[in-house]
Ligand binder design. Structure first.
Ligand code: PEP
Ligand code: MN
Length: 335
C-alpha cells in the first residue's frame, strides 16, 4: 500500500502518520519528491483500513500495490535509483560500460586488458576469480589469487572491479572488491542473497537462466530487504528453444524492468549470445532499448582464453564498438 501525501504536508504531521503505521507492525519507506511525498508500507497491510487513511486531511490518495516486490518497486520510489560504485554511477542519465575477461588468468593478461579497455572508455573492470562451470573438469578460476590480480589491475588503471562470488563462505575475500556479482546460476541462492543483503556494497545481480522478471525482482528484493539497496540488475539472456545461440537476449525486459523498478538495468550481450560477432549488434540494440550500461567480455587472446573465448571481443573490436554504442545511447535516451 502506498500513501501519497498532499503537497505542503507539515513534517510533524507526516511523522505522526509514519509512527502510527509503524505502530501497526509495518515498515515505512518514504520517498520525498519535489512536489509529492510517498509513504510505502512494507509488510502485511491487511490490518490497515484504506478508507480511514483516505479520510485524513494530509492524505491525497492511497494505492493498493499487489506486486510482491516492494523495495524495488517503482511505484514506491518513482525516481531512478543511482548506484555509486566507487565513483562510477549507474542509473539515471549514466551509461557506464564494464569490460574485461571472463576469468582472470594471469597478471599480464588482466593488466593488459584493463589498460586496453580503459583506453577505450570502459569505466569498470570485470574478471571472474570463482567460475561457475558446467563441468567440474573445466577451469574453475584462480580464486583468492585471481582477486589479488584484479586488485593489481585496479591499482594500475584506477578502474573499480567487479567479480562473482559463488558462496557465502567466500564473501570475506570480497571485502575490498568494489562490486560483487551474483551470477545467473545463483540468482535464487537465497542464503547468498541474504548474506550480500547485509553488506554495504553494490551488488550486480544477473538474471537466472530460466527466471521470470518477477522472480528476478524478488531476488533483488531479498538483497534490499536485508538493508542493502545498492542493487544493479543485469539481463544476460535466458534459455529458449533458440539453437544457434547460447541464450536469447530478452531485449523487451529492459524497458519492462524500467517500468517495474527504479533499479538500474544493464545488459551482458556476451553471455546472452555466446558468439563474439553477435556481441556488437546486441550491445547496440541494448543501448537503443534504454539499458543503463553494459558488461562485455574482452580478451587480448580469445583463441587461448581459459573460458568463454568464443564470445570475447578483442580490445580492438571493443574499441570500435564502444564509440558506436555511445552514439546510439545519445539518441535513445530513456523517456
Ligand atoms: C560471468 O559473468 O562470468 C558469468 C558466468 O555470467 P552468468 O552468470 O550470466 O552466466
Ligand atoms: Mn564468461
Amino acid at each position: 500500500m502506498i500513501v501519497v501525501l498532499k503537497p505542503g504536508t507539515p513534517e510533524q504531521k507526516r511523522d505522526q502518520l509514519v509512527s502510527w503505521i509503524e505502530g501497526q507492525g509495518l515498515e515505512v519507506h518514504m520517498s520525498v519528491g519535489k512536489t509529492q511525498t510517498l509513504l510505502g508500507m512494507v509488510g502485511d497491510t491487511s490490518c490497515i483500513d484504506k478508507d480511514l487513511l483516505e479520510c485524513l486531511d494530509i492524505v491525497d490518495t492511497v494505492k493498493v500495490v499487489t506486486d510482491p516486490f516492494k523495495l524495488g518497486n517503482r511505484k514506491f520510489h518513482p525516481a531512478d535509483s543511482i548506484i555509486d560504485v566507487s565513483g562510477v554511477k549507474f542509473g539515471g542519465d549514466n551509461f557506464p560500460v564494464i569490460a574485461g575477461p571472463c576469468s582472470v588468468e594471469s597478471e599480464e593478461q588482466i593488466v593488459a586488458i584493463a589498460k586496453a579497455v580503459k583506453a577505450s572508455g570502459a569505466r569498470m573492470l570485470r574478471g571472474g576469480a570463482f567460475k561457475p562451470r558446467t563441468s567440474p573438469y573445466d577451469f574453475q578460476g584462480l580464486k583468492a589469487d585471481g582477486l589479488e590480480l584484479l586488485r593489481i589491475a585496479r591499482k594500475e588503471t584506477g578502474l573499480p572491479i567487479v567479480s562473482e562470488v559463488m558462496g557465502v563462505e567466500d564473501l570475506p575475500l570480497f571485502e575490498d572488491i568494489d562490486m560483487i556479482q551474483i551470477g545467473a546460476r545463483n540468482m535464487q541462492n537465497f542464503n547468498l542473497l541474504k548474506a550480500v543483503g547485509r553488506l554495504n556494497k553494490p551488488v550486480l545481480l544477473k538474471r537466472g537462466l530460466a527466471s521470470t522478471l518477477k522472480e528476478f525482482l524478488m531476488s533483488a528484493e531479498y538483497i534490499m530487504a536485508g538493508g542493502n539497496t545498492n542493487v544493479i540488475l543485469c539481463e544476460r539472456g535466458i534459455r529458449t528453444f533458440g539453437d544457434y545461440m547460447r541464450n536469447t537476449l530478452d531485449l523487451a525486459a529492459i524497458p519492462m524492468l524500467h517500468k517495474l523498478t527504479h533499479l538500474p538495468v544493464i545488459v551482458d550481450p556476451s553471455h546472452a549470445t555466446g558468439i563474439a560477432e553477435l556481441v556488437r549488434p546486441m550491445a547496440l540494440a541494448s543501448a537503443a532499448c534504454s539499458a543503463d550500461g553494459l558488461i562485455i567480455e574482452v580478451h587480448n587472446d580469445p583463441m587461448h582464453a581459459k573460458c568463454d573465448g568464443a564470445q570475447s571481443l578483442t580490445p580492438e573490436a571493443f574499441d570500435d564498438l564502444i564509440k558506436d554504442v555511445m552514439t546510439i545511447r545519445s539518441v535513445a535516451v530513456r523517456k
